[in-house]
Structures are given as C-alpha cells and as structure tokens.
Design a protein around this ligand. Sequence first.
Ligand code: SAM
Length: 216
Amino acid sequence: MNSPSEGAKVYFDSVPDQWDALYSHENRLRYAFNRIMRKGLFQRYELTFEKCGHIPGSTVLEMGCGTGRYSIEFAKRGAARVVGVDFAPSMIEFSRVMAKNMGVENVCSFRQGDVRTLAFHEPFDIVLAIGLFDYIADAESVINIAARLTSRVFICTFPTYSAFRGFHRKIRYNWIRRCPIYYYTSHQIQRMVRPYFHTADIIPMSGGLFVSAHKN
Ligand SMILES: C[S@@+](CC[C@H](N)C(=O)[O-])C[C@H]1O[C@@H](n2cnc3c(N)ncnc32)[C@H](O)[C@@H]1O
C-alpha cells in the first residue's frame, strides 16, 4: 500500500455488500437501527433530492459513487444521463449489476477511476460528491475539478470533527483499516467552494456538513 488513498481504495473495494446493506430495507430491524445510528447517511440522501432541483432530462455525475444508490435513484427520477465514478472496482461492478436489476442500465454508466484525474470534456447539470471528502487529502483540487464540471448544481458532504466520533473513527479507519479520514470546518468549506458558485448553502447534519452550491 503506497499512498493514503490506496488505503481507502483497498478498504472500499472489500465492502460493497456491507456498504450497500446500510441502505437496505430488507431487514426491518437493521434498517431501523441504521436510521438511528447512521442518521447522517439518511439525512444527506434526503437533502440531496430536496436540494438538487429539477431532475427530469438532467445529466448527472456522481464522484465516489460507491454502490450506485444515488446514481440509480437519479435515473429512476428521470435523469437523461448519469455517470458514476469510483476507484474501487467492486463498487463499480456492484453498481452496474444494480442498475441492470433496476432497469436503468441505458441511463447509468459506471467507470472505475480516481476522481482526482477525471477527464470529462462536457459539464454535467448536477455533480455529486457524497461521502467522498472524508477520504480526500487535497479537497481543494477535487472541488476545482467538480466546479469545472458543474453547469447547475454541485452537492457534496464533509465530515466535521468531534472528540468522540473523531477518536472512534481514528481507531476504526486510520488504525485498523489504514484508511485516513479528513475533517473540515464550515469556514474551510466556504473558502474552497464559494469562489466557483453563485450561492453555496452549508447545512449542518449529523456528523458533518451538507453543501448545495448553485451556479445561477
Ligand atoms: C462513503 S462511500 C460513499 C458512496 C456513495 N457516494 C454513497 O453515499 O452511498 C465513498 C466512496 O468514495 C470512493 N472514493 C474515495 N476516494 C476516491 C477517489 N479518490 N476516487 C474515486 N473514488 C473514491 C470510495 O471507493 C467509496 O466507494
């Protein structure tokens, strides 16, 4: 393992089923437990669809798409084209199978790659980076890429530090999984996001901050 982000890649590549199960309704007891213990995961999902504006006919880029839960939902809500990118091969494979099972494989495409080296020539109406910046050492350069690729709205989340959660995550991620976590303040986010967008709303949620930034 030769870089901190390699740790995140190896870790996420080993957990597509566990990650996706966090959203699953199949086991009602576990779902109820996750709704309480992983409150932020559900808050950011609901806020994304509330804040992204008109979806039908839109083009969407999801950076760090994981198992494709957001991408597929955008396709189901009428997006014209959705591209999900993730550097973990098993996440991409999972997303492709899921899109096919949901009948949206003609709208969604999933690419394996690092969001820090994205080479798209055309912008997207909506760009998402949900749960991504936790694992990005140089957030500023990724925000620059995202801003360049956004024509309408950029939605992203950032974790904030708290003593209890920070310590807990340090043991679970930094030490056991060798997957470093990065934290942000509202002030840092303002400074990084604001220059590229007409408006940038920063909304507190469980465990972090939700950002919806609009070009016009
Ligand atoms: C916490 S998961 C979030 C997945 C999805 N956005 C969601 O909210 O369900 C973070 C994802 O970002 C991916 N990721 C982290 N750093 C990345 C990078 N530099 N390039 C591409 N993917 C990355 C991981 O592989 C992982 O699947």
